[in-house]
Design a protein around this ligand. Structure first.
Ligand code: TMP
Length: 256
């Protein structure tokens, strides 16, 4: 097999040059990191689960009209994506107080927020991804006002759709982080959802037990990270008993 050119390597993923111009291969690693790489480990099988979960969520979002970079899954760890120019801003949507918001504002974890809140963080490992305002985003030219409006509108639509999807399988979507990119199509430029959506970048709590089914199991040393990610995949109908499922979709959880 010919050696592929590595375009970028991040904490949890590698991007390789794709087979056609304008495409990339996104490879999901088993590496788990937290606190800007200060805490690191390898969690066997995490990349496979994130690849499958992210594929499912991007496909579903595409079906409801959220444009995104996903083309197709290639194998257990890799997916073919469209090459985009990543906007250097992480967009976080929150429904429930947790994590850095709970800490910053002294809120009890688990308190429902008065409405969904959208936040921006500047993507910079050196600076620890500082929180920034729309003013910073436009003043420093990371995105223009129209792009910010599009990102906020898309982030809220994604939140509505994913909240409902996860609620149907007994999971509360507490918060999540997404990234957007500019897709150049001939003379046209569109903002599309990029990167990944997986338990690595969402807070997912079991509605009944409040158990954490996300990366906080690693960050907070709770153990059972793979089992939690497998549970998310199983409920979404993607894996049954640790084997690939028939992919027929979410397993509905009845409310009592
Ligand atoms: P936070 O409460 O730590 O700010 O995280 C908010 C959400 O964003 C949470 O679902 C985890 C996700 N997130 C990432 O995916 N990557 C990051 O670097 C950070 C800080 C948060």
């Amino acid at each position: 097999m010919s050696r592929r050119r590595r375009v970028y390597e991040g904490k949890a993923k590698i991007l390789y040059e794709g087979p056609e111009p304008g495409t990339l291969i996104q490879h999901f690693k088993d590496d788990a990191t937290a606190f800007n790489n200060k805490k690191q480990d390898r969690v066997e099988g995490k990349g496979v689960l994130n690849n499958r979960i992210s594929e499912f969520l991007f496909q579903k979002l595409g079906e409801v009209g959220i444009p995104n970079h996903f083309i197709k899954r290639l194998n257990m760890r890799e997916q073919l994506i469209r090459e985009v120019e990543i906007i250097p801003v992480e967009v976080v949507v929150r429904n429930v107080a947790a994590g850095s918001l709970a800490k910053r504002l002294g809120l009890d974890e688990g308190t429902a927020l008065p409405r969904s809140i959208v936040e921006f963080y500047y993507k910079s490992n050196e600076l620890n991804d500082p929180m920034v305002s729309e003013e910073h985003v436009t003043a420093f030219g990371w995105a223009n006002p129209q792009e910010i409006d599009e990102m906020i509108a898309m982030a809220l639509r994604i939140n509505d759709f994913l909240s409902g999807l996860f609620m149907g399988v007994g999971i509360r979507l507490v918060d999540f982080k997404i990234e957007f990119g500019r897709l150049f199509d001939n003379e046209m430029m569109r903002i599309v959802l990029a990167d990944e959506i997986s338990p690595d970048c969402c807070r997912l709590w079991d509605i009944e037990t409040q158990d954490k089914l996300d990366k906080d199991r690693f960050t907070k040393d709770l153990g059972g990270l793979i089992e939690a990610y497998q549970e998310v995949a199983r409920r979404l109908g993607l894996f049954v008993d640790n084997r690939p499922g028939d992919g027929s979709g979410p397993v509905l959880v009845s409310s009592k």
